[in-house]
Design a binder for this molecule. Structure first.
Ligand SMILES: Nc1nc2c(c(=O)[nH]1)N[C@H]1C(S)=C(S)[C@@H](COP(=O)(O)O)O[C@H]1N2
Ligand SMILES: [Mo]
Length: 363
């Protein structure tokens, strides 16, 4: 009886499982796609990018299926100690990383907000992903073979992959629909996956650094805001020179997985630029922190950004970037430079800013 059931299961599995080389190749392609789409997803903040986030989730589910196929196939090599070789350890680590990434991704989608010391689950997910890529590349040097056309039946493969894609999409959408219906955790995530932090003012959302930036509190007596570069009149403003009269509601969405909507009060960057008189050929505005951390915005976008002194009616605390922080609506949190003391009007963009945001704060 049990034997019959296993036979039936194995026949069913054989019908849906692509040939080994194709499974391996698919895992490779999916992991690359997940790594790239995951990294790119961190840089975008506008809703127009939602397909990228969907694709990342659906590809993750497909990856789960292929890893399942693969484990069924190679389970003897992992469980049978006679077959252990040095490369088995590598395989084991790769399996751990893949399951770590998949499990944290799935739990995150369900809105569970587990924290491992200062890391959110989403950051742990990224960590697993970053370890997985080199492990997988190394692992595939041990036995990877490219699929050849005689390895598979084209028509059948197309059908299998189509069914898998549709299945994964249904599972993902079904899950979203269910959490929304039940109004459970995870039902109020943004398209980026971030979960809300409610309330107003400094205490209602976390103090976060992108990597390691952690300066001492800025002394107002030592601080000025310099406006330089392609301007007619460079400015040196002290804190008491600023007139923070603009209030703007804007949404801060951090890549560690939370977002908050706040009223930010401060200077409209357009007014600051007007006071300095920008060269009409200038194209970017760069915001620089006392730590060197920096980000640039195209000048038209920069005009509508705010250099905030207040949040939710309170003066910014040190952690949130006092005395002055950039509020860049539609941009991800890591671009909202804190502790700004310099505004550069420029003719060019600044590719080095990508690196600087990662290494700022390390000595
Ligand atoms: N100078 C500087 N600004 C920074 C960062 C940083 O590390 N250094 N981190 C950014 C990140 S990743 C986010 S999400 C927001 C967080 O702002 P908050 O600490 O006020 O929540 O600040 C951004 N501004
Ligand atoms: Mo962030």
């Amino acid at each position: 009886m049990a034997r019959r059931a296993i036979d039936v299961l194995q026949t069913a599995l054989a019908a849906v499982r692509p040939p080994p080389r194709l499974v391996d190749w698919s895992i490779f392609v999916l992991v690359c796609f997940e790594a790239i789409s995951g990294l790119v997803s961190f840089t975008v903040g506008s809703v127009a990018w939602w397909p990228l986030f969907w694709a990342h989730r659906i590809a993750g589910l497909a990856l789960l299926v292929f890893v399942g196929f693969k484990l069924v196939r190679v389970r003897h090599r992992l469980t049978n100690s006679d077959q252990w070789r040095p490369s088995t350890l590598l395989s084991g680590l790769t399996v751990l990383a893949v399951f770590g990434a998949l499990a944290t991704g799935i739990v995150w989608v369900f809105g569970l907000d587990i924290r491992l010391s200062r890391w959110t689950l989403l950051s742990v997910h990224v960590g697993f992903g970053l370890v997985l890529v080199p492990l997988m590349l190394w692992h595939l040097t041990t036995r990877f073979r490219l699929p050849r056309s005689h390895d598979f039946d084209r028509r059948r493969t197309v059908l299998q992959y189509t069914a898998l894609l549709i299945g994964a999409t249904l599972v993902y959408r079904g899950q979203e629909f269910a959490t929304q219906l039940l109004d459970g955790p995870g039902s109020d995530r943004r398209f980026t996956g971030s979960q809300p932090r409610e309330g107003a003012g400094n205490e209602s959302f976390p103090v976060t650094s992108w990597v390691a930036d952690d300066p001492d509190p800025v002394e107002l007596s030592d601080w000025t805001l310099s406006v330089r570069g392609a301007v007619e009149t460079p400015l040196e403003l002290q804190y008491h020179d600023l007139s923070p009269t603009t209030t703007q509601q804007a949404l801060l969405d951090c890549t560690s997985g939370w977002y908050t909507v706040q009223q930010w009060r401060g200077l409209r960057v357009g007014d600051v630029l007007e006071a300095a008189g920008v060269d009409e050929k200038s194209r970017f505005v760069r915001f620089v922190s006392v730590t060197g951390y920096r980000w640039s915005l195209p000048i038209d976008e920069a005009r509508d950004a705010v250099l905030a002194t207040h949040v939710g009616g309170e003066r910014l605390t040190h952690g949130h970037g006092a005395p002055l922080r950039l509020v860049a609506p539609g941009r991800r949190g890591f671009q909202w430079v804190k502790w700004v003391d310099r505004v550069d009007v420029r003719y060019r963009d600044d590719p080095a800013q990508w690196l600087v945001t990662l290494i700022s704060g390390f000595d």
